[in-house]
Design a protein around this ligand. Structure first.
Ligand code: GLN
Length: 538
């Protein structure tokens, strides 16, 4: 129904980190399993044009889409839940909105008018709200507004949403507001006041929410729900409890139990029909909750204090683990703590090591020591992006005995730059959005671990890096036992390295973790987990 798509807005109140992304993704999943086509987008109120230039400690991992957009990690949840690829249009920031408006102003598009937040910024936001809807591909566009209601910086979004919904008219849109119902231990009560205040805040901006999703540690009884409904001016069945869950993958089922999808459909005058069974999802959950085995994998990285920095990797392990009916426990290893001396203790009892992506020199020596340890002790290894580059440096130093062997990133004057800047990166001066980004084709070699894993000679994977394996060294590496098993068919760039003499040693220049979903767990994670399970039996 082109042009007739419905718009659902998700806002958050009381506090940040209530899980708007997971609620949006869960609702998307529920609507999708009823046969609707759904896309989910996020509008972020910060001024960075995209999160590509942000340190992971700020907002967690930067998620990369097929079309090379560097985006908020919530887009990863959207893809993992609904398996529909997202794109640049699915993530818009205040920085991007202003950039567009200022460009238009410089071009003279505003014909001498004073350029203002209302209407120019709000109009640009509204344009963003409907870009995906206008494509005619979707029945529903779910829009998550980042930040918390009451923040100064999210106000233009709320105003744009108010106008947009008014312009759409009846039954074309609805607003879900996520709030917190805290439990006061001393009095043993669930408190509704923060929710009331948050809704009041929204009302002061001209917006009446239609559905309230209330995060809570304890079940909301009918009295609490009635009180929230009465004071917040919503229907009783539109007060949805969102109780703390064991795993984020419980949330679609919890929302289905609470009839969130039914309330949404009713509100939008759509037929409700039978509830979808969510069979595959339930099977996946069954494996997550009742695994038949357990392994521990060490994740070596330098942003380990904030687990969100490695969100997609952790979720890919959940998917790959579930495929093997195996629980994957992560041992977090600070790259800077690893040396030849500390490695045996740090990795004691470990049957697999993943060396994480990253930027800059800090932690590189530790990553290289970790790789030497796995290589020499035949422990299954997966190196992603910087992890792959470190594997190449380690092999160059310790097996090929190349003096002063390094990556141009850390040592621009090294004699043997086995990882080097790509030609088209040499004149790049701006850091934002200028890496090799997005999906590229890769051809796999016969008789390789990766071909066995993917069972397909031609794959597409997402990239986010500036540096590459320096092909001048390929022959020497292959002679010495490290072989390239994946190539970019256009540029000839090496995308994958393996050690055939080792039980399972794979370094990939791309990021497989971005493409793992509940419905399609990533083959490399499935096979890596399998190799680790095998190793743990030895
Ligand atoms: N810093 C490396 C590069 O830019 C690796 C990037 C990454 O791990 N994503 O090539």
């Amino acid at each position: 129904m082109p042009g007739k798509c419905k718009y659902i807005f998700v806002t958050g109140g009381v506090t940040s980190s209530l899980g708007k992304g997971i609620i949006s993704a869960s609702l998307g999943k529920l609507l999708q399993s009823r046969g609707y086509s759904v896309t989910i987008q996020k509008f972020d109120p910060y001024i960075n044009v995209d999160p590509g230039t942000l340190n992971p400690y700020e907002h967690g991992e930067c998620y990369v889409t097929d079309d090379g957009a560097e985006t908020d990690l919530d887009l990863g949840h959207y893809e993992r839940f609904i398996s529909t690829p997202t794109s640049q249009a699915n993530n818009v920031t205040t920085g991007r909105i202003y950039q567009n408006v200022i460009q238009k102003e410089r071009r003279g598009d505003y014909l001498g008018k004073t350029v203002q937040v209302v209407p120019h910024i709000t109009n640009e936001i509204k344009k963003g709200f409907k870009t995906l809807g206008d494509s005619g591909k979707y029945d529903f566009v779910i829009t998550e507004i980042g930040g918390t209601i009451g923040d100064i910086e999210s106000q233009p979004y709320v105003e744009a949403m108010r106008q947009f919904r008014w312009e759409l008219g009846e039954a074309r849109s609805l607003g879900i507001h996520l709030t917190l119902v805290p439990y006061l231990k001393t009095t043993g009560e669930l408190k509704t006041k923060p929710t009331q205040h948050s809704v009041k805040e929204l009302l002061s901006l001209g917006v009446q929410p239609d559905i309230l999703v209330c995060r809570t540690e304890y079940h909301l009884n009918d009295d609490v729900k009635r009180k929230i409904a009465l004071f917040c001016n919503v229907k009783l069945d539109a007060v949805i409890e969102s109780i703390d869950a064991d795993t984020i993958y419980d949330v679609p089922l919890l929302m289905q139990d609470q009839k969130l999808d039914e309330v949404v459909l009713k509100y939008l005058n759509l037929p409700v029909g039978e509830s979808p069974k969510l069979k595959t999802w339930r099977e996946f959950l069954q494996h997550v909750k009742h695994p038949t085995s357990e392994i521990e994998i060490a994740l070596v990285g330098k942003y380990i204090e904030l687990k969100d920095s490695y969100k997609s990797i952790l979720e890919a392990f959940n998917h790959g683990g579930a495929s093997n009916s195996c629980k994957v426990n992560i041992r977090w290893i600070d790259a800077e703590a690893v040396t030849a001396e500390t490695a045996p203790e740090l990795f004691k009892g470990i049957n697999g090591i993943l060396v994480a992506p990253g930027f800059g020199e800090r932690g590189i020596d530790g990553k290289i020591s970790a790789i030497q340890y796995v290589r020499e002790n035949n422990i299954p290894f997966l190196g992603i992006c910087l992890g792959m580059q470190c594997a190449v440096i380690e092999y160059g130093r310790n097996v090929l005995n190349l003096p002063n062997c390094d990556s141009t990133e850390f040592s621009p004057l090294a004699t043997n730059k086995v990882i080097d800047l790509m030609e088209d990166q040499k004149n790049v001066s701006n850091l934002g959005g200028t890496m090799r980004l997005g999906s590229y084709e890769c051809h796999l070699k016969e008789d390789s671990i990766v071909l066995r894993a993917y069972n397909n000679k031609q794959i597409n994977e997402r990239h986010r890096h500036r540096f590459e394996f320096n092909s001048d060294y390929l022959e020497a590496y292959e002679k010495a036992g490290m072989i390239a098993t994946g190539f970019n068919p256009d540029s000839g760039l090496v995308e994958i390295v393996e050690l055939p003499s080792h039980p399972w040693f794979v370094g990939v220049q791309f990021h497989p973790e971005y493409k793992s979903t509940v419905a399609n767990p990533h083959p490399l994670f499935i096979e890596f987990v399998k190799a680790v399970m095998q190793h743990s039996k030895n």
